[in-house]
Design a protein. Sequence first.
Length: 283
Amino acid sequence: MKLIFSPECLTYGRTGHPESPDRVAAIHAALQKERYAFTDPSPCTDEDVLLVHTPGHLERIKTGRFFDWDTPVIPLIYEHALLSAGAAVQAMTSALEGETAFSLMRPPGHHATRDRVMGFCYLNNMAIAVSRYSAENTHARTAILDIDCHHGNGTEEIFTGHRSVLYVSLHQTHLFPGTGLSSHGNIVNFPLPPMTGDRDYLLTLEKACQHIRHFHPALLGVSAGFDTLRSDPLTLFNLSAELYSIIGEKIRELNVPTFCLLEGGYAPDLPRCVLNFIRALDK
């Protein structure tokens, strides 16, 4: 298992904002205690960003000329976003080389659309990594499994209609951003009601995995959100911390080169969930 992390991602934040450096620092400390080693990422390039985002989007983040209540203008945020996206590309490359990878970087990415920052996300890390792979492997298929409690509207928007990319999401209904209520073409959504528990979630995850198996991807990217935990302050799912071991096992059993990117997760028990997930993937 390759774990990708840089302490640079802990050097920015906004007081009181739930997507804080503390959440990633706690995960990092828990993994260090278990003697996991980490690899430093390198930033992606503007050319990588432009595979996904518009030139106007890139310029607005560079200059801080954007506005979103949840996604604040922060000094050097473009550099931080480039490093997080670069870690995603590095994780993707590691998976292709035969080593499952997990990027423990922030900011997250799955809400960022082609032309808009949104929901704590500035650049769509998953879309950048997958688009980089697709550009170099024109006909190869990639599946994206999004297990964040919030629907990855940005990733869906970017890949809708792409024959070589399958996007599959399990998420809570009646929750930000309010999308992902139906499936179409290469987009498979599983909107689930508030208070969904372990049993119903696993039954749905198996359906999601069946779609991935039938697609026969050469690569699997996982938008790994842990805000499905029952104690998460921003969501209303009812999953136990132990379930993330089983989720990791189900993903490993797909037997596809896999890379994972940290998305959401804001509960105090977040480090235990991530550790359970990584241990299962790393068997």
